[in-house]
Design a binder for this molecule. Structure first.
Ligand code: DGJ
Length: 730
């Protein structure tokens, strides 16, 4: 790991263990992008800026500004002075004109990584890191932009962000401030994004990056079910093990935009940052604006290597929870068991039965407060409903604990029901446009978190309950997306700040929560997995993946999620059948194997399932304890995808020492007249000798990886199996 500035050639070189990133300062002081890819010691790539090539319009001047700028590989593109491609920074001056031009000014290289105030961001943790800060200026606007690039000694990821500083005496307006830009030549790239819907989050979508602009974006006030702040460009033929991958992932939970633009010269620009729609930040003289960070990963060994780089950088440099390296308590959540129809007796019945089966925590979900017996009331009125919870919350918590289980609680702190005492008292706390009746979604409004007293109220509502009883876990939910973007708190000229301030308000509350309750296990959630993003991982070590708990649907959701997220963060539970989202019936064992690839827990009424299923719960809780260390900490390999082959799914986790591996195989659809299926394992020690736990049979790592392992044919659909191999000393 190193960062060097080659003074004579004016070239910046960032080297991680396996990658290099090169930038150069052109004669006019424009900062240009030279190279991102496989690690190189040589850096003499100034010619790649093509500054001596004749521009595309007939001109005697090689450097006629627009012709030059519109083709120049910019390190951080700006709008308004001749580069017509997608910009990163748009600034409006006090005369109302939009235009910005950045020129290189200075740089510094520092040890470590500065925190980004108020924002989630990667940190060095236990390993060393370095940061390059490149300062560029717009002399006309007296605007300064600091581009930051941080690297860690144990990772190939690069964390990028930009800080924008107004050094003029006038008020400036930032109308767009993205975090990262990557200008390259097109190589017939495919673009990979994660798209979906409620119950269908983060499906892998692959399409050619074609001429013009293609994006992944959210303007819903959260990272969303629909699109995800991730984009990768891959060279033709890229699969799990081969091909070049250039990926960006955004450490942010609000509106975002990722854009790929293929240009007239067959060059390509990829950018990522806060979505510019409805964004307008007033930058007063002397003020700073910090963009959230983008985590860039390059892999020359296909998607698998990219995946493992993201998994490790998030586990080592983003998640702060004390639970990160601990098995999470196996929980049972009453949502799918009872929905709103429960009382403390019912919960205690569940707790008693759960304890017998090895479950360790009971989570009381939505419906315990105000007069909420449905989704149409009481959000904001965070006091316990004693008609349901007889004797109060502390009594219930104590009773559950005396049954031998920990206790967890659901909240939705950012929301307010029109039918609530809070709304009667503070209708002005709702995000809404004056004169317009705000749109209800799931019968609720959103609190205006740009208002400091609302952040304080919502925080205190949660914190005072947590202070009142021994609560080990909080599920922080958010069940609607934002619209009617208006605030009675912000001035006319600051309305364009609301969406970002809202996200900052969420971060502020969660930071306070984990500071005041450092041992709390926090799980984020948003109507399933609509705010499953690296930003939230900074606060919670796990996020609920999806409200679709069907094992077969989950294969696709969890495959897409695991493309960038470690298995230890994926909220996954076994639920009852027919499944509530799709009506499908799957074997109980398969549901267990699929949930095992996440945090693991239950979402069913254990008092009502069959004795046979209850007996399986006992086996599954033991299985979780047997494998969770490996699953939580190991390297993940995607072996086969039923989204591609339409028959079976297979993934593998290998311990970092390569002395153990767990293979999960799911036969989605059975075929007639078929023999065993050969699958090639990955990530093992080729010289290692491995014993398959169930059969005691011995295999060499070399044989398992190159020739493969035979999965015997199974009768029936949706059938799964685990194969656990341990290295033995011969
Ligand atoms: C959405 C969550 O994803 C569910 O698990 C549940 O908590 C409901 N909200 C409760 O309203």
């Amino acid at each position: 790991m190193d960062i060097i500035f080659h003074q004579k050639e004016k070239i910046f070189q960032i080297n991680t263990e396996n990658t290099s990133y090169l930038m150069a300062v052109a004669d006019e002081r424009y900062l240009g992008h030279l190279y991102y890819g496989k690690r190189m010691e040589d850096y003499h790539g100034f010619y790649l800026l093509r500054t001596e090539e004749k521009p595309f319009v007939p001109s005697i001047n090689l450097r006629e500004k627009s012709a030059f700028l519109d083709a120049f590989p910019q390190e951080y593109s700006t709008w308004g002075v001749g580069d017509y491609r997608e910009s990163c920074l748009n600034v409006r001056n006090s005369d109302g004109c939009l235009g910005c031009e950045l020129l290189f000014d200075s740089y510094r290289i520092i040890d470590g990584k500065p925190a980004l105030k108020g924002l989630p961001a990667t940190f060095c943790g236990e390993s060393k890191g370095k940061t390059l800060e490149i300062t560029c200026v717009d002399p006309v606007l007296s605007l300064k932009v600091i581009l930051r690039y941080s690297i860690f000694e144990d990772s190939d990821a690069i964390a990028r962000s930009a800080e924008i500083i107004n050094e003029s005496g006038q008020i400036l307006h930032i109308e767009k401030a993205l975090s990262a830009c990557l200008d390259m030549d097109n190589e017939a790239f495919d673009m990979i994004t994660l798209n979906g819907s409620w119950g269908r989050e983060r499906r892998i979508v692959r399409r050619p990056a074609s001429l013009g602009r293609q994006s992944a974006a959210s303007v819903r006030g959260e990272s969303s079910h629909q699109e995800h702040p991730f984009m990768a460009l891959v060279t033709p033929g890229t699969d799990q093990t081969q091909g070049e991958v250039y990926a960006m992932h955004f450490v942010y939970s609000g509106n975002f935009m990722a854009m790929t633009e293929v240009t007239q010269f067959d060059s390509l620009r990829m950018v990522m940052g806060i979505h510019p729609d409805n964004f307008d930040w007033e930058l007063k003289p002397g003020n700073h604006f910090q963009t959230p960070e983008v985590i860039m990963v390059y892999s020359d060994e296909g998607l698998g290597k990219m995946t493992r780089t993201y998994h490790d950088v998030y586990r080592n440099h983003l998640i702060r929870s004390p639970y990160l390296h601990r098995p999470r308590p196996i929980l049972i959540n009453n949502w799918e068991a009872t929905y709103f129809d429960f009382d403390s007796d019912k919960l205690l019945d569940i707790a008693r039965e759960a304890k017998k089966a090895g479950i360790e925590m009971l989570v009381m979900d939505d419906g315990w407060f105000g007069h909420r017996d449905n989704d149409d009331s009481s959000l904001g009125d965070w006091f316990v409903n004693e008609n349901k919870i007889k004797g109060g919350l502390k009594k219930l918590v104590d009773d559950v604990q005396s049954e031998g289980l920990l206790f967890g609680l659901w909240f939705e702190p950012e929301m307010i029901s029109p039918d609530s005492l809070l709304y009667k008292k503070h209708p002005e706390w709702v995000i809404s446009i004056p004169g317009r009746v705000p749109t209800q979604i799931r019968c609720q409004y959103v609190l205006d978190l740009s208002r400091p007293e609302v952040v304080d109220y919502a925080y205190e509502a949660v914190a005072s309950i947590l202070r009142s009883a021994d609560i080990s876990y909080v599920k922080w939910d958010m069940n609607r997306q934002l619209c009617d973007i208006g605030s009675t708190y912000l001035n006319r000229k600051n309305q364009g700040e609301l969406l970002h301030r809202y996200t900052l308000g969420v971060y502020k509350m969660q930071e306070r929560l984990i500071t005041e309750f450092p041992n709390l296990l926090l799980e984020n959630c948003s109507g399933g997995g609509a705010r499953f993003d690296p930003g939230m991982l900074y606060y919670s070590p796990q996020i609920w993946c999806s409200d679709d708990t069907d094992a077969i649907e989950r294969l696709a959701i969890q495959e897409g999620t695991a493309l960038v997220y470690p298995l230890s963060v994926m909220g996954a539970h076994v639920s009852d059948c027919p499944n509530h989202a799709v009506g499908r019936v799957t074997p109980f064992a398969t549901r267990g194997h699929v949930a095992l690839a996440g945090t693991f827990g239950y979402e069913l009424d254990i008092t009502k399932i069959s004795d046979e299923d209850r007996a399986q719960v006992k086996l599954q809780t033991a299985m979780y304890h047997q494998y969770n260390d490996l699953i939580r900490e190991g390297d993940y390999f995607r072996i086969a995808s039923w989204q591609e082959n339409h028959l079976y799914d297979c993934w593998q986790v290998v311990s970092k020492q390569k002395d153990e591996t767990l293979v999960t195989y799911v036969q989605v659809l059975s075929q007639p007249n078929f023999r065993s299926r050969k699958i090639k394992l990955a990530g093992l020690d080729p010289k290692g000798v491995y014993k398959l736990e169930d059969t005691g049979k011995i295999y060499s790592g070399e044989m398992l990886m190159n020739a493969g392992f035979l999965i015997q044919r199974k009768m029936g659909d949706f059938i799964s199996d685990l194969y656990h191999f341990k290295q033995i000393n011969c």
